[in-house]
Each structure stands twice: as C-alpha cells, then as structure tokens.
Design a protein around this ligand. Structure first.
Ligand code: SF4
Ligand code: SF4
Length: 340
C-alpha cells in the first residue's frame, strides 16, 4: 500500500503533468493550424486572426450578449476553478517545500473557502438542472461525469483544509491521497475535455444562420438528396458562442464532451444535425429547410393569411401566374388556387 501511495505522490504526478502539457500543446497546435487554414482570414485581415485566437482563451464571449446572466455565472465558475487551485495557500506551501522552492502570494484563506463553496454549490446546481431538464438540454452522461470529477478535488480539499473528517481514522489516513488522486484525474480530464456545439433536434429549423456566423467555418452544411447535413469539427471550434448568439430559435448550444478518442480525430468532421428539405410541388427543386417552412406556416396560419406561396421555390413563385402578386402574409384570395 505504501508503494502505491508513494507512486501517487511522485511518479503519477509527473505523468499527469506531462500528459497535461503534451495534450494541451497538441490541441493548441491543431486549433491554430485549423483556424489559419480557413478562407475567412484572408477576407477579414489580421485583426480577425488576433480576435479569433484570443477567443480560444475567452470562451462564450459572443453568447454573453444573448444570455448575460448565464454567461456571467459561467465566467465566475470557471474563474474560481482556476484561481482556487493556483492561489490556495496550502498548494503554494507544497510548491515552496518542493525541490522548486516556488512561492507566490496566496489568496486569503477565507476567500479560498468561499470560492470553493461557490464551486461546490454550482456543481450541485448543474447536476440538479441537468437531471431535471435532461430532455431540454439533451444532457449526456459526460456532462454529469465532468461535473462530478470537477467537484471531487474541491470537496476533498475543503474537508482536508478544515480537518472536517480527521476524527475518522480512514479519512485521517487517506483523505490527502484521495484529494491528490481526484486532482490528478481532473487535470487529466482537461486534456480529453472538448467543447462541443450542439444543434437541438427539437428546436433547430435548419436556417444555417449559425453556419454563416461561425468565425472559423468549423460549422458547415451541405444539401444532399432530400436533406441538409450540418457538420462540425471540435479542433476548429474555439467555443466563441457566435452560433449560440445568432440562432433565432435558441437551438444552438455548447456542451462538454469527454471522449479520449476526440484527441486523435483531428481531421474528421462529424455530422451533428440533419434536416429535411422542402420540395417545390411545381418544379421538384429542394429549396428550403422543411422545419423552417413549417414554422413560418404555423406562424402565419394563426393570422388567417395567404400561405400558399410558402410551398413554392422562388423561381416558381415568380413564374406561375397563380402565384404572382401574392406575397406571403397577404389576405387570402377570394377563390382557392390549385398547385397544378
Ligand atoms: S441558427 Fe439555429 S435554427 Fe438555424 S441552423 Fe443554426 S441551430 Fe438551427
Ligand atoms: S461552432 Fe459555434 S462556438 Fe464553435 S467556432 Fe463556430 S460559432 Fe464559435
């Protein structure tokens, strides 16, 4: 047992540090390469490059416009996740006593306590919210796992620094190791944790506004056969939130995805949404996403106005005599027209 604990304190710590550095370096290189290969940059110039690269470090910046409270809460949560482990006095003492003898000014312990409690409260909130609204959020197991792995080192660290469980022999002997292992697992998780853009099946109408506004062009669509396919690569997504901000249906969202295989799927784009296309009954051309037309139809139907032009492509609307001078939303004509 002693050998295992010694391994956890020494060799495993070095292995985790190495995997963390190598993994983050690997990801950063592919982010930068993927972003600089894009056509967008030649169109927008140097500032666009700088801003897009800065977006890797400051995620969600555009989604802030749409859901400011939610964004501020997330920023604060992620700031605490970073600040507490780096500036907690107990951790700085360990660095000072190590062979590196590094020291920097720690946070007051009371601040570290409050920030730790804030992280734990947020984790509980995320778990409950994801459990209750699972059908709305399309929550995945990895979201729960990520939250649990994040909470463990903070919980054990809080107990450890306050001696809460020191009256129990088992915890007195092993809580430090549990804290160390849970911290190592959390650091390893960072390497395999990706931000994934999702387009909600229930809400997305396939309008492609998110594609048009994606600064790295990682989101793309192509129309094949009767469907429109949306594709996406994690290595080109900088989690900027532009897709979330621009989506008129609140259908785009960002979530965590914990999957080691993502680390090697550098070149592939995966399909994240498929939408049926509407067929023009006059010429047979597929001209718009069917859910979008259905939505507009539902909206204008309620107003008892003319919706017949919605069924036709633009060309047929212009060419067919029965469709001319009938803009969508105009009062219904006195006699029914047939789409023959
Ligand atoms: S902008 Fe929203 S509704 Fe339109 S395709 Fe993207 S996710 Fe779907
Ligand atoms: S997919 Fe969304 S979050 Fe990712 S880079 Fe494009 S707009 Fe930004």
């Amino acid at each position: 047992m002693k050998t295992i604990l010694y391994f956890v304190e020494t060799t495993l710590l070095w292995i985790v540090a190495f995997v963390l550095m190598a993994g983050l370096g690997w990801r950063l290189i592919f982010y930068v390469v993927a972003i600089f290969r894009k056509r967008t940059f030649s169109r927008h110039g140097t500032w666009h490059r700088v801003i897009t690269l800065a977006g890797i470090l400051v995620p969600f910046h555009r989604a802030v416009l749409k859901r400011p409270l939610h964004a501020v809460f997330r920023y604060a949560f992620h700031a605490c996740l970073f600040i507490v482990p780096v500036w907690f006095s107990g951790h700085i003492n360990v660095w000072e006593e190590s062979r590196f003898e590094w020291y920097w000014t720690p946070l007051p312990d009371a601040w570290a306590d409050w920030m730790t409690l804030a992280v734990l409260a947020a984790c509980v909130f995320f778990i409950i919210r994801r459990a209750i609204f699972a059908h709305l959020l399309e929550a995945r197991c990895s979201e729960f796992l990520v939250t649990l792995i994040t909470a463990m080192p903070f919980l054990s660290g809080y107990f450890l620094s306050h001696g809460t469980l020191s009256g129990i022999n088992f915890f007195d002997s092993y809580l430090w190791y549990f804290h160390l292992i849970s911290g190592e697992v959390m650091l390893l998780m960072i390497v395999f944790l990706f931000c994934r853009t999702r387009l909600s099946k229930a809400r997305c109408v396939g309008c492609a506004a998110c594609v048009e506004n994606c600064p790295t062009e990682t989101l793309e669509f192509n129309d094949r056969g009767q469907d429109r396919f949306f594709r996406y690569s994690r290595y080109q997504c900088i989690c900027c939130g532009a897709c979330v901000n621009v989506c008129p249906e609140q259908a785009a969202g960002l979530c965590h995805e914990l999957r080691p295989s993502n680390l090697i799927s550098v070149l592939t784009k995966s399909e994240i949404r498929q939408v049926q296309l509407k067929i023009c009954p006059s010429c047979g051309v597929r001209f718009a996403p069917a859910p979008q037309i259905e939505k507009i139809t539902r909206m204008v139907c309620a107003k008892e106005v003319d919706i017949a032009p919605l069924d036709y492509c633009r060309r047929c609307k212009n060419l067919r005599p029965d469709m001319q001078n009938r803009p969508i939303g105009s009062p219904q004509p006195a006699t029914d027209s047939t789409h023959s």
